[in-house]
Design a protein. Structure first.
Length: 333
């Protein structure tokens, strides 16, 4: 049997689609346990590779899906949304890419649609939350009596992952702040820029999730069963909390960037002041040396054996006077 491996030697077979573009299909009993016999299934979870044309043909030919749900799956772009069509709740929500992905540590998208008996999922890259839920199902540590429970678990894992990312970014900002306070900040500009970029991405997704769940609650509260309304309320609360945490970290990152820019400005001003002092000190010496360097008759001290030392002493004395004047002037600013 041929096993696909990534460059690190990890088995990628569970993340490759079959001849139908299908990653996997799980059947669940009414008690929420996985069964391999479709006849015993109370509901089914199918997951497709959306970048595979075979999967797109399968979804397009799925008779149970309403046209708006099929269009949402087959859309070329990704725009986060969640909506209700008939008895199908469907959407496109952000998730963290799995470490096996070639573009790890970024955000991917999890497309889903479910009713009472079927959950159809789709993704273009391996996603961390989906894989964590699959492992829980395979080892029997979690039971899912309905598609709604599984979607809540996937989104809960996704929010947990984003909370972990926010925690890591908070630790990174702690280190940057310590180094800025200790004036060891000279290599922190890029680290701060990278942290702010990740914060912007995660915060934007949290803001989107908060808006989407609020929209679902306001637009379809009377159309959704109570368990799904409760699920949406729980996920909305968690997304709102993470959104607030992201706002605080963003504000902190902006303050650190402002403090870093202030230190850079102070350093630049110090360098400019030093250059100004050197220019002011050397200017009289340059003028004096230019005067004595003119190749014309009548120059003083030409026939004096100590003429060079006299001219040098005059230049140094004038430079010292100018230096003291500039220092005094600088202290008064």
């Amino acid at each position: 049997m041929n096993i696909a491996l990534n460059p690190e030697g990890t088995d990628l077979s569970p993340y490759l689609p079959d001849e139908h573009g299908l990653f996997f299909i799980y059947h669940f009993t009414a008690e929420g346990t996985r069964t391999k016999d479709p006849a015993d299934a109370h509901w089914t979870w199918r997951s497709y590779q959306l970048s595979d044309m075979r999967a797109r043909h399968e979804i397009a030919a799925e008779p149970a899906l309403p046209p708006p749900v099929r269009d949402a799956f087959l859309s070329a772009g990704h725009g986060c949304h969640i909506d209700l069509e008939g008895d199908w709740l469907y959407g496109d929500l952000p998730d963290l890419r799995h470490d096996y992905s070639a573009e790890a540590r970024g955000l991917g998208h999890f497309c889903f649609a479910f009713n009472d008996t079927t959950l159809i999922g789709g993704r273009k890259q391996p996603l961390r939350s989906v894989d964590n839920v699959r492992k829980a199902i395979d080892n029997g540590s979690r039971k899912f009596r309905s598609p709604a429970e599984l979607i809540e678990a996937v989104m809960g894992q996704s929010l947990d992952g984003m909370a972990t990312e926010l925690g890591s970014l908070g630790d990174a900002l702690d280190g940057i702040e310590d180094r800025i306070v200790c004036d060891a900040w000279h290599s922190e500009r890029q680290a701060l820029v990278d942290a702010r970029r990740q914060l912007v991405v995660i915060h934007r997704q949290m803001a989107t999730l908060t808006t989407l769940f609020r929209h679902l609650d306001h637009s379809h509260r009377n159309d959704l069963p109570d368990p799904i309304n409760d699920m949406a309320a729980r996920l909305s609360h968690r997304a709102h909390t993470l959104h607030h945490d992201g706002e605080q970290l963003q504000a902190r990152a902006r303050l650190l960037q402002d403090e870093l820019m202030a230190k850079l400005t102070t350093q630049s001003n110090q360098l400019l002041y030093m250059l100004s002092v050197m220019t002011a000190v050397l200017l009289p010496m340059t003028i004096i040396s230019s005067l004595f360097g003119m190749n014309v008759g009548g120059l003083p001290l030409v026939d004096t054996p100590a003429g060079f030392w006299v001219a040098s002493a005059i230049s140094l004395a004038v430079a010292a006077v100018v230096y003291l004047f500039v220092r005094r002037l600088g202290r008064g600013i």
